[in-house]
Design a protein around this ligand. Sequence first.
Ligand code: 3PG
Ligand code: MG
Length: 757
Amino acid sequence: MKIGINGFGRIGKSLFLQLLFDSTYDFELTAINAIHLSIDQIENYLKYDSTHHYNKDFQISICEENKSYFIISYKNKSHKIKLWSTKDTNIIDWSVDILFEASGAFLTTVDCLKHKNVKKVIITAPTKDDTNTFVYGVNHENYNNEHIISCASCTTTCISPFLKFMDSNYTINNASFTTIHASTSSQYVLDTPILSKKSGRSVRSIFNNLIPATTGASSAIKAILPKLEGKIHGLAIRVPTNNVSLVDLTIECIDEYSINEICNKIDVMNSIIMKVEKNELVSSDFQTSSYCTIIDKPSMIQLSKNKCKVLIWYDNEWSYSTQCINMSKYIYEKEFKIYENKQYHFINDYVSFKDKNVLMRVDYNVPLNKDDSISDDFRITSTLESINRVLKDKPNRIILSTHFGRPKLNKSNEENKKYSTQFLVSYLEEILKKKVHFLPSGLSFQTYHDIKMVEKQNYLYSLYELDEDFSPRLLTNTCDPSIFLLENLRFHNDETHFENPNFNKETSEAYIVWNNLGNVFVNCAFGCSHRNHLSMYGFKPSSGPIYYDYLMEREIKALEEITVNCEDKRILTILGGAKIDDKLPLCNALLSKINHIYLGGGIINSYIYNEDHKAFIETLELNKKTFLMNDGYGNSSLQENNGKYLQGYTYLSNHYYYDIGTNSLNQLYELIDKNDIIFWNGTMGVVEHELYKAGSEKLLDYLLNSGKRIIIGGGDTASFVNNYIKKRENMNLKNVHICTGGGASIEYIIKGKLGFY
Ligand code: 3PG
Ligand code: MG
């Protein structure tokens, strides 16, 4: 993980040293900006410190070839670091994964956006706007891939773990605190008249005084522990010591507690951030500690059965920096690590499509109504964000390409007509509000020519405009990017024969054309990611960079919630639908990771009437982890115009379940209540049929109102959910992710990786 640090004062230096000594993560320190520090001072600055005691076993050398770089080595590891000394951070190309913003000068998201080429910015201070704020160990799990975050203040970092602990155990009524705070560089050695300082006494000499001050901690708490808003109030007193501060906190709860009970509970937690100190120590004993919340047991006073006074120590430099680093590790685990060894990249803010020929593979294999109109356009609308992102950069051209259905190639042209993608053109023009040119020849050389013709015309049109007197006037601005849609990719044998070992890349016209249609490839076709087809995996890296789009990213991240990042979450999988064969392996893949599986809908018919399926289902720890739908409505065929109530799995005399029943739904609701994440693939009945959609609709209602994280996998289930949502207003979809690919999401879960790279 590449790290940069902007600002190299007390926090910047503490961060730097701890990152250098950290052997658990592969940090690579690459850039520092330290105004007023020259490269020949760097060694002294790092080796000596009036405050902290740390290992000095590192070597520093200044690069001969370029004097703005130095190399620092510790144990077996070296970092080559560029030292900037500039106030004009615009000139810095950071090129880092994480930038610690420790200068104190960039305290808003808008300011931090000015940092160039950084994936994430962690502001090591409270901000002046509403940038999302996280304290490691308190609310870090709410981190949701934000680009810029703040790690609050040292005092907030000290006090909030204890407040969270007290509130979750005893429910806080109110608390007030004073932090007896070491001096910081913002203070003055002697009385100094500075107009801009708000408080008159903050400019007084820290040498001789105890200086009352405000602390942002009470207002910051509400961002971190919103439940406590209005209940916590605090002040600060700046004192003439160089480091280590002490919170004096009085806390009143609703429930009763004793001091010993609190201390024992904290001991048992064995936390890396909070601990109890039983010895009678003084501030300098806590110098260079990594714990940010150290309860001073000897001084605790029980004021009443639910009220106590407690002193809490914290190293406001070192331990605060430790928590900022812990936050960066969390971000790494959550965002970077998973994608590390893959050959593809996601589109991020730094990718530019300007002047590029962008080839986009989408999956517009949409379901149609009987009259051939689109019945669910979710797969199309899901790609709009990426298309607009590309368009924003002003590319030269975009070619959209998709398969549609499964045309049989030996059939006559006439019969395959219904598989043409041309019907999508008007639809796309409508939603993009732009002209879309159709390329009827698809993956053949003729397409080059067709593109050229369109672009030539576009070019001519854009250069001239007719004046009022009809004389042509030259325009200087360049033309809009042309947008194309390619004919159905599956009209070419090579598309689906790509995985064949005899596939010859040298002679395949489709392959050659595909690799020459663009100089950037963006894959948005999550729904087809389980097909090893030419258009999915046949774009050579030498033809141009390959990106996965926002849709892919959303899908992968959602599915990772149930496959990778799920240790502390309880997961229920609901499987239904008619096709059971592709779901059985899914059960196997999920069984070790999830808490419950519920099988319903058409699967139950398989359980009753198919010996193999029955045998398989019975291996699934029935009634411990796996539950079967046990009542519902059905008949001997869908043609019958009534649904009979059915129960159990035997003596159904050739009747089939077509919908789920009340008992089963109630059992399912109980399971939903017990879990945190619900993955649902396959409806609970024949939802296309008026008689049999009620059960699935009830289930969906229950899920949407449950407040749980809901992941809908499955093409039919997704269409059912989308159509249901469309008919209703004000549905709360905040916690819902709907996958655009049924087969794809199942295969992803089973394989644990995307595609065939
Ligand atoms: C789908 O609809 O599942 C995808 O578009 C893939 O289509 P396919 O199943 O025909 O390969
Ligand atoms: Mg399918």
